[in-house]
Design a binder for this molecule. Structure first.
Ligand code: AHR
Length: 522
């Protein structure tokens, strides 16, 4: 009897450890599928600071190729496997005149970048953008200037890019050495047009709608196969609703920008601000749900067809503005050094988008190089930031279909759910992937996974677990050390539709279930 208190004391660390190990259950319905549009994994570039010139493009650098693209940067951006690239802005579009960026470089007009500062030499313009897209195997997405530009200027840009006849702007493209049309299908009509502080003039939705009609008509008359991204606003439901009601027959995508702006530097604020983004997203979804799937009655005198598919959301800018850290460098302090907590935030964002994939037609992370970016460069080299890891992982591992997924997990001390999860399955149904963020920064989570309607080939298979962690939440990559993110991998055989996995604190995990017949193929 006397020994008991000593034994208890000896065992206490283990008892404590056991208490700290949290439990969770992830439930997946493999029959409840919605298609993920690959355009959810897009990127955005803008003439802002060193995002393009001095980042992607640096014609006098010894590290550049013959076209002036930084080879080391291109190699890293390629790894991100972006299927869609948005250009030239952003707010920059409000002062951009595309004709400044075509033809012989020496003759291109230099202009003050009135939005972001500095001088824009326009050596990276339409043809350079298209060439970069081709190198990345990405669809080009152009945004037109509706603030200081005209509908005719926008329509001429369409003709320059897509024209096939013997006409002035199509011939200009040929003069510039491009016999074949660029075939740019995705066009944004303006950017954040409600913003009062920008150089725009459309703060009134009615004005935006009136002008958009004219832009859109002239552009469609040039090429009736274009798809339009119109400006919505997730914080101004009245604006979005009016745009949908009045431009619904010709709106293919409604643009919203979803930035996380945490109120301080803590992990709790960061995650809370990202979790809160679900609310505006749901509101926008309910607006879209009221719209007809296609428009049949359309006046033939428009001379182009109406929309024939459901309107989707274009989250054509998303990311993290950690203003509170005060650490951003460069123009407008937008060159952030992202740490491991931000990478966990990005994974949380991407899970959110995947879970809402039925309403999302595209999403382009803002931005790509140096500015709010996964890739950083200086004149001597470049490196991948921590946020590169989840951006790449989703593109590498997510399947074609999102699966309905529910999580039962305790809340963290910060008041949000410990586990954030989404899951997907490949087209052939033989590989199922879970992307899981353990947002508990102290505790390992032991989670059961239960899968309903698991396809027959999974009767036996293999479970591969890839875990990404870092020494602490504030670990960063730098030019000297690009390896603050640690990767560990482990595989085990599985049978049946239930399994248990262990998820380290503050980790991003990819769980891949491969059916038996996949194993034979590999
Ligand atoms: O991505 C930087 C800026 O953020 C974009 O130019 C603008 O659209 C947004 O507010």
């Amino acid at each position: 009897m006397k020994l008991f208190p000593y034994l208890l004391l000896l065992l206490s660390p283990f008892i404590l450890f056991a208490q700290n190990k949290k439990q969770a259950v992830i439930k997946i319905d493999a029959a409840a599928k919605t298609e993920i549009n690959p355009f959810q994994y897009g990127q955005f570039i803008e003439h802002l600071g060193r995002a393009i010139t001095g980042g992607i493009y640096d014609e006098h650098s010894p590290l550049a190729d013959q076209e002036g693209f930084r080879k080391d940067v291109l190699e890293k951006v390629k790894e991100l496997r972006t299927p869609l690239l948005r250009y030239p802005g952003g707010t920059f579009t409000k002062i951009y005149h595309w004709e400044d960026g075509i033809g012989p470089k020496a003759a291109r007009k230099k202009r003050k970048n009135l939005i972001w500062g500095g001088v824009e030499d326009n050596h990276f313009g339409t043809a350079e953008f298209i060439s970069y897209c081709r190198k990345l195997n990405a669809e080009p997405f152009l945004v037109v200037n509706m603030a200081t530009g005209t509908p005719e200027e926008a329509a001429n840009w369409v003709e320059y890019c897509n024209g096939t006849e013997d006409t002035y702007y199509a011939n200009l493209r040929r003069r510039d050495g491009f016999k074949e049309p660029f075939n740019v299908k995705y066009w944004g009509i303006g950017n954040e047009e409600g913003a009062e502080t920008d150089a725009g003039r459309h703060q009134d939705p009615e004005l935006y709608i009136r002008d958009t009609w004219q832009f859109l008509k002239l552009m469609k008359l040039q090429d009736n196969s274009l798809k339009f991204i119109l400006v919505g606003n997730s914080e101004d439901i009245a604006w979005s609703s009016k745009v949908l009601q009045q431009l619904g027959p010709v709106c293919d995508f409604l643009s919203i920008h979803l930035y996380s702006i945490p109120k301080d530097t803590t992990f709790n604020s960061l995650i809370t601000s990202i979790d809160e983004i679900e609310k505006p997203l749901v509101k926008m979804e309910s607006l879209l749900a009221k719209m007809p799937a296609k428009v049949e009655q359309f006046n033939k005198w428009y001379r182009f067809p109406s929309r024939k598919e459901p309107i989707k959301l274009a989250i054509d800018e998303w990311g993290i503005w950690d203003l509170s850290s005060g650490k951003g460098k460069g123009d407008y302090q937008m060159e952030y050094q992202y740490n491991w907590s931000h990478a966990l935030g990005v994974a949380t964002f991407m899970n959110l988008f995947q879970r809402h994939s039925s309403s999302i037609g595209m999403a382009t992370w803002a931005q790509t190089v140096n500015v709010l970016a996964p890739v950083m460069s200086d004149p001597t080299g470049s490196y991948r930031q921590t946020v590169f890891t989840p951006l790449k992982a989703f593109r590498d591992y997510a399947g074609k279909y999102n699966l309905q997924t529910a999580v039962e997990s305790e809340n963290t001390a910060g008041g949000f759910k410990t586990l954030d999860v989404s899951s997907s399955i490949t087209e052939d149904g033989h590989q199922l992937t879970l992307t899981i963020v353990n947002r508990d920064v102290v505790n390992t989570v032991q989670s059961n996974i239960e899968i309903e309607h698991l396809p027959a080939p999974f009767k036996t298979g293999i479970l591969k677990k890839i875990s990404y962690t870092a020494a602490h939440l504030y670990a960063v990559n730098t030019f000297k050390n690009e390896h603050s993110v640690k990767k560990s991998e482990k595989s085990e055989k599985i049978t049946g539709n239930q399994m248990t996995i262990s998820l380290p604190p503050a980790s991003f995990n990819i769980i891949i279930l491969q059916a038996q017949d996949m194993l034979r193929k590999n």
